[in-house]
Design a protein around this ligand. Structure first.
Ligand code: HEC
Ligand code: HEC
Length: 332
């Protein structure tokens, strides 16, 4: 593994992993270790715990259009959700802003102050409150797991086990009331910028260059430092195989060749969800593929996920790539 030269000095989301998981990182195999099935979308489950981190410092950091400043040491604290744009959202409940030590990390530390999330976690803004509550319950009971043994989700599960019902409700009401932001730009291409796996997400290799995309989605932060500083306004670029968006649209609308039920039948005509059903429009395509794969593999097996399983089972990994690519082009 090469040195961190050329990376921004921040890399705080990496730091989060270190701060939170130092003990758990020893002697682990990466998610895409030998033994995974051929159709396994390893790029949606990135895990490279040996990626070297730059040291933290106490210099004030900034993001565009914010007068706030936070230090890297603050940014690396899992009991702290940096609030770069307080005027953009109602006040965060305590559990979102600071969590409840020692077991409950701040929801906003990973999901961002405005629930925008990233490819490595999940967007929560605008999801039905009932749905959020149920997912936390599924993480807690062990019904919602991952198709791989290691990843950042382990801290989500730990948090779900420790959090009180009142705090889950407060977090769910808060995230549910937020307006989701459009943060993903989809680019159809045969090639992606050359990337590295920085612990659990792709970053553009600072040396430049490109690499064949193949049958993958490569989702990268448009501005690595802003992403690392966990600004809810961070944007992402998703490189997807050529033709994915049109093929995905046909599958989502039920015009696809494999007879999948149209997604709008349950996720609403605009695919923004409703009742207990989550929004699928405008979400991270890496996240969507991970969910579809987890439902197909049975790792995600909550009572409501069982409704999705027959649909996910009809989708090949290429279909999932297409569906996720199309969904990511829609307004959230
Ligand atoms: C250490 C990081 C971390 C913290 C802290 C955290 N989460 Fe998560 N959370 C994750 C990750 C990673 C996932 C994505 C799992 C996946 O890909 O399936 C996730 C997924 C979720 C989901 C599923 C979203 C969906 O669309 O199905 C919900 C709901 C959720 N988290 C709620 C919370 C709440 C509420 C809190 C605070 C009490 C919280 N999380 C704290 C990392 C975190
Ligand atoms: C028969 C109803 C139904 C249909 C049709 C359906 N879904 Fe779902 N979907 C659900 C339910 C219910 C959930 C919530 C599962 C849970 O609570 O774990 C869900 C969850 C999801 C999720 C996880 C979202 C998250 O926040 O983690 C994705 C992704 C998804 N569906 C994609 C699709 C796609 C793509 C289609 C069309 C190909 C589709 N669904 C069609 C009922 C449906």
């Amino acid at each position: 593994m090469r040195a961190t030269k050329g990376l921004p000095a921040t890399l705080t989301i990496l730091g989060l992993a270190l701060a939170g998981m130092a003990g758990a990182l020893i002697d682990r195999e990466p998610a895409n270790a030998a033994g995974q099935r051929d159709d396994f979308p390893a790029w949606a489950y990135l895990w490279a715990p040996d990626f070297p981190l730059p040291p933290a410092d106490d210099l004030p950091r900034h993001v565009p259009d914010s007068s706030a400043s936070f230090t890297i040491r603050q940014e690396q604290d899992l009991f702290f959700s940096p609030d770069w744009h307080p005027a953009d959202h109602p006040p965060m409940p305590e559990v979102v802003a600071h969590g409840v030590p020692p077991g409950v990390r701040a929801c906003g530390a990973c999901h961002r102050a405005e629930g925008t999330g990233g490819p490595e976690s999940a967007s929560l803004a605008g999801l039905p409150a009932e749905y959020i509550v149920q997912q936390v319950a599924d993480f807690k009971s062990g019904l919602r797991k991952f198709s791989v043994p290691e990843g950042t989700f382990k801290l989500m599960i730990e948090t779900a086990r420790a959090v009180s019902d009142d705090d889950v409700r407060a977090a769910a009401n808060y995230f549910s009331a937020l307006e989701p932001k459009p943060i993903i730009k989809v680019v159809e291409s045969d090639a992606a910028p050359r990337t590295e796996i920085a612990r659990f997400f792709f970053i553009v290799d600072p040396r430049g260059g490109s690499e064949p995309l193949g049958r993958r989605i490569v989702e990268v932060p448009a501005d690595l430092e802003q992403f690392e500083l966990r600004d809810s306004r961070s944007q992402f670029i998703a490189y997807v195989p050529k033709g994915s968006v049109a093929r995905g649209e046909a599958l989502v609308k039920g015009d696809g060749e494999n007879g999948v039920t149209p997604c709008r039948a349950c996720h609403a005509p605009d695919l923004k969800g409703g009742g207990p059903i989550p929004r699928i429009a405008g979400r991270s395509p890496s996240y969507v593929v991970r969910q579809l794969y987890d439902m197909k593999s049975g790792a995600r097996a909550g009572a409501a996920s069982a409704i999705m399983r027959p649909i996910a089972e009809k989708l090949s990994t290429d279909d999932m790539i297409a569906v996720a690519s199309y969904l990511a082009t829609l307004e959230p």
